[in-house]
Write a protein that binds this ligand. Structure first.
Ligand code: FEO
Length: 168
């Protein structure tokens, strides 16, 4: 594997595991506030991010590259409100989209065609990740501080049962 590309993919593995940790911290915050639906949603999202990290982990090994797991930064564990949790989630997903785009561009420049094919999955996934986060944020912005409506959104979030994403 091209060493520049390998190093960049290892950075992305770190970013995905960091996202998993970040969502888990959000889940902990929500559960303490007794927003059990949001906590469930965020736990599943944490697991989904772990799967993203593992997908790249497996890919690097399949390409006979060395996986280089790095330290994960401490995630924030306190938020102003339930809505603020999802505002941050959206900002985070937008940042990941930029990371994936940058990584894809690097692979293109380096003519790393197999890596480009692998990253296609992540490009598609980021469209979905942003869309879902944006829809949740829109609901929170709409209801503002209405407790009954916030509880409704929490219940709706709790209906999530699986991790999402395009078929592997
Ligand atoms: Fe791994 Fe939320 O994108």
């Amino acid at each position: 594997m091209n060493t520049t590309v390998l190093s960049a993919i290892n950075e992305q593995i770190n970013s995905e595991f960091e996202a998993s940790y970040r969502y888990l911290a959000m889940a902990g915050f929500c559960e303490r506030q007794k927003f059990m639906g949001a906590a469930k949603w965020l736990r599943l999202q944490s697991e989904e991010e772990r799967q993203h990290g593992l997908k790249l982990f497996d890919f690097v090994l399949a390409r006979d590259g060395a996986v280089d797991l790095k330290a994960i930064d401490q995630p924030s564990a306190s938020f102003d409100s339930l809505a603020a949790v999802f505002e941050q989630a959206l900002v985070h997903e937008q940042r990941v989209t930029v990371e994936i785009n940058t990584l894809y561009e690097l692979c293109f420049k380096e003519k790393s065609f197999a890596e480009m094919a692998e990253l296609q999955w992540f490009l598609t996934e980021q469209v979905e990740e942003e869309k879902v986060a944006r829809e949740i944020v829109a609901k929170f912005r709409l209801v503002k501080n209405d407790p009954a409506a916030i509880l409704d959104i929490d219940r709706e979030l709790g209906a999530r049962t699986t991790i999402m994403g395009p078929a592997r």
